[in-house]
Design a protein around this ligand. Structure first.
Ligand SMILES: Cc1cc2nc3c(=O)[nH]c(=O)nc-3n(C[C@H](O)[C@H](O)[C@H](O)COP(=O)(O)OP(=O)(O)OC[C@H]3O[C@@H](n4cnc5c(N)ncnc54)[C@H](O)[C@@H]3O)c2cc1C
Length: 502
């Protein structure tokens, strides 16, 4: 253990992880701490990662970004949720929206009232009471904090952006805040013979970059955390078997929808991410069931506009590092683990780990208590997100391919099994306080994929049938009025944040 103050941070890697880390640290740490980022243009970045979740707006707020400028420069669009097609059964479709359907009443969640209404004969879907659903399928968007003068919260949203432009945007920001960028390929890492701490990284040019704290943002390879410090990896492929993707852009297609699409295929699923200048597409699959060539053919056959270039293959293993912080090295981004992109969580995990690191930033040396707490929190967050992703694969009635039969019958973590059983009995859900996904997310995916509770909470009977029907009617009317007041997604962008596409 070194009892010293950190005066220099070295970030290895200039992908999304490296530049988010650099930007946030430059903004929040005292300016006396020098921040250096080393990246290699020759190696490049993973080049995907274009869909986000609403928490990114917190990062933008901390950085003090002007949202319209950010959207314009990253050629972004707005995102209200993810449409899941063919997951529960072939032909099924539901939207996992970023908002709560309906409104919670007397500390009881809305879906309980909806279950009561169903038990009394209503055939309305849960999403008939979702503002996000209504607005998304009308291809509309607007910034709405509250719904009219009601207590209903307005639209929670995130972004789809161009990954390359996003990293460039943050680089510009971080350099303005004083981060020093060094271009070059690291081919050597020096450790202190006694403590095993990283002393410096050596570049091909011969330059040595020394520091007190090293952040490994080098991507899947984990140059420092794995290559130099030998931290192992927990493989979660038995629960999340997809291990490859092929990605390709396609021409922009109108209308500009304000949501991501995730369409299940025979051995995986395909993403569709609309940007201002193109659409991002990729097929995530498991290579034990289909080949890369077959996956590329499926991807190309399911584009809705002409492809731009050839599909680009990527490989990964879902799981996490055994430890995220060892000695004076913290891994952030793909070097720390990978949860496949089904719920667009990776960029959030970067942001959440950077903010955790800043909160726990050592003031005098690398105290074990700090390192242990950091490792505990990150592992827990990874595991909670993992369970939510497994739910999508496991909760299926599909048995049309070997892949789906495997997913439907696989053994799932006890934590997830208990959650599903509890929900099935009476629609109750216990979410961990640290879970990124709140009750409304679990409810939408469970119901969207066919897990219908057998009953509803007794508290819903505090409303008489007449009162319930009136409430449901009023909600629909309020939502319709709010949707009616919004412009189209494309018009909103044209008015506020159109990218210069010349
Ligand atoms: C198929 C797929 C789809 C995804 N979709 C989403 C999504 O929709 N939403 C989401 O949130 N996330 C998504 N992700 C995850 C997201 O792409 C990553 O979390 C994000 O891009 C961060 O990557 P990174 O910066 O950790 O690594 P990288 O982008 O790989 O960057 C690594 C950096 O390290 C540098 N480097 C490496 N070795 C050296 C060396 N020897 N010397 C110098 N520099 C070096 C490289 O030059 C590069 O700058 C997806 C990932 C995959 C694989």
């Amino acid at each position: 253990m070194k009892a010293q103050q950190i005066s220099k941070v070295v970030i290895v890697g200039g992908g999304t992880a490296g530049w988010i880390t650099a930007a946030a640290m430059a903004r929040l740490l005292p300016s006396a701490i020098e921040i250096v980022l080393v990246e290699s243009d020759a190696i490049g970045t993973v080049g995907v990662g274009e869909a986000t979740i609403p928490q990114i707006r917190r990062l933008n707020g901390v950085l003090g970004l002007d949202e319209d400028d950010f959207v314009r420069k990253t050629r972004a669009t707005f995102k209200l949720g993810i449409e899941f097609n063919n997951w529960g059964r072939r032909g099924d479709s539901y939207l996992h929206t970023f908002g709560d359907p309906g409104i919670n009443l007397a500390s009881l969640s809305f879906h309980q009232y909806w279950l009561k209404a169903r038990a009394e004969g209503s055939d309305a879907s849960l999403w008939d009471y979702s503002l996000h659903h209504k607005v998304a399928y009308a291809n509309k968007f607007g910034r709405m904090e509250r719904v009219g003068n009601t207590s209903m919260t307005g639209l929670a949203y995130a972004f789809h952006f161009d990954a390359g432009l996003y990293a460039a945007y943050l680089r510009h920001y971080a350099e303005k805040e004083g981060v020093k960028r060094i271009e070059g390929k690291i081919n050597d890492v020096s450790l202190d013979g006694e403590s095993g701490f990283i002393k410096s990284v050596g570049l091909e040019s011969g330059q040595q970059v020394s520091g007190d704290l090293f952040i490994d943002c080098s991507g899947f390879r984990g140059l420092l955390i794995n290559g130099s410090l030998g931290v192992g990896y927990q493989d979660w492929s038995k629960w999340l078997p997809c291990n490859r993707a092929v990605a390709v852009g396609s021409q922009r297609k109108n209308p500009l929808v304000p949501y991501t699409k995730a369409t299940a295929h025979g051995a995986g699923w395909q993403w569709r991410i609309p940007l201002q200048h193109r659409t991002g597409n990729g097929h995530v699959f498991c290579d034990s069931f289909i080949s890369v060539d077959e996956a590329s053919d499926i991807l190309l056959a399911n584009l809705d506009a002409e492809a731009i270039g050839e599909p680009r293959p990527l490989g990964f293993t879902t799981g996490r590092r055994e430890k995220f912080w060892k000695k004076n090295c913290v891994s952030i981004g793909l070097s720390s683990g990978f949860l496949e992109p089904l719920e667009s969580t990776s960029i959030h995990l970067i942001q959440s780990n950077v903010s955790r690191l800043i909160e726990l930033f050592p003031s005098a040396g690398f105290e074990p208590a700090i390192i242990e707490e950091y490792n505990r929190q990150v592992a827990h967050e990874y595991e909670l997100v993992r369970d939510f992703l497994i739910l999508h694969y496991h909760l299926t009635a599909r048995d049309d391919t070997e892949f789906w039969r495997y997913c439907a019958n696989m053994d799932v973590p006890d934590s997830l099994r208990a959650k599903m059983a509890l929900f099935e009995t009476g629609g109750r859900l216990w979410t961990d306080a640290e879970d990124l996904f709140r009750e409304a997310s679990w409810v939408q995916v469970m119901i969207g994929q066919g897990l219908m509770p057998k009953g509803y909470h007794a508290m819903a009977d505090r409303l008489s049938s007449d009162q319930l029907q009136r409430m449901m009617r009023d909600l629909k009317a309020i939502i319709a009025k709010a949707e009616g007041s919004l412009p189209s997604h494309a018009d909103f962008i044209a008015a506020h944040c159109n990218a210069d596409l010349q």
